[in-house]
Design a protein around this ligand. Structure first.
Ligand code: G3P
Ligand code: MG
Length: 257
């Protein structure tokens, strides 16, 4: 079982093994486990009836057979949608996973980075999204293998107020203005700082490492992923959210050889 006490770059499967499987589906997470990734990253938001569902976009069009906002439908309606066929006919029948299903599948076998989408904080729910996520992690005894991140740092601040030990990752695009990221990381007592590969500079890695904070990167475009992997490893980043899991694992293995 991989741990957060690692000394080689971590391979996080970004939305699962999303280069070869439909993102954020059980098929993509299983493939990441089979490929040997140390962890998965997934995106979570709330349905209209307040359930934790795994999907990246605020709307359904790109990755499902549905239309409109995720938060406009109840879980039962969302579960009728196909979340695989857009990627390929062989993936027909994949459903939007519940967070519980993903944790049941890989929890305790891999590290899991749960990214809470900012819109989840705006869905009126009996139990707020951060409370639900924390309760699930605790119930399953996964505090040592889960990292929670968000672009909405208020979500992270609330989580820190709820649990002093939970690992938190501050997620930024790198394009934000007038924010002192180092101070924010310290205020949140974040485990890690997550930034787009194109925005990473060596000084940032050095300063955060001085503070004992890990640095993880990702890239949005598959086309520049190989270059991004090389650059962030050169700068000393601690891991990568890889769409192409095999490519990153191969690169890491070559670097060790
Ligand atoms: O968590 C890293 C990365 O997934 C953040 O961006 O838009 O892909 O969720 P996004
Ligand atoms: Mg994400």
């Amino acid at each position: 079982m991989p741990t957060f006490e690692f000394d080689q770059p971590l391979c996080w499967a970004h939305r699962g093994f999303s280069a070869k499987y439909p993102e954020n589906t059980l098929a993509a997470f299983q493939a990441a486990l089979d490929a040997g990734a140390e962890g998965i990253e997934l995106d979570v938001t709330l349905t209209r009836d307040g359930q934790l569902v795994v999907i990246h976009d605020e709307t359904l069009e790109r990755t499902t057979s549905g239309t409109g906002s995720v938060s406009a439908l109840d879980l039962a309606e969302l579960r009728t949608l196909d979340a695989g066929i857009w990627f390929g006919p062989e993936f027909a029948g994949q459903r939007l996973p519940l967070l519980t299903e993903v944790l049941d599948m890989v929890g305790g076998k891999m590290l899991v980075n749960i990214e809470i989408k900012p819109e989840a904080a705006h869905v009126p729910a009996e139990v707020p999204v951060e409370r639900q996520v924390l309760d699930l992690i605790r119930e399953r005894g996964l505090l040592d293998s889960v990292l929670v991140s968000s672009f909405d740092y208020m979500i992270l601040i609330r989580l820190r107020g709820l649990d002093e030990d939970l690992r938190l990752g501050l997620l930024v695009t790198g394009e934000e203005e007038n924010i002192d990221f180092r101070a924010l990381v310290q205020a949140i007592d974040a485990f890690s700082f997550h930034i787009r590969a194109a925005e990473l500079i060596p000084d940032v890695v050095d300063l955060l490492h001085e503070d004992g904070v890990r640095v993880f990167c990702w890239t949005e475009s598959y086309d520049d992923e190989a270059l991004a992997m090389a650059q962030i490893l050169e700068m000393g980043a601690d891991g990568f959210f890889a769409n192409d899991v095999d490519a990153f694992l191969t690169r890491c293995a070559e670097a060790l050889a």
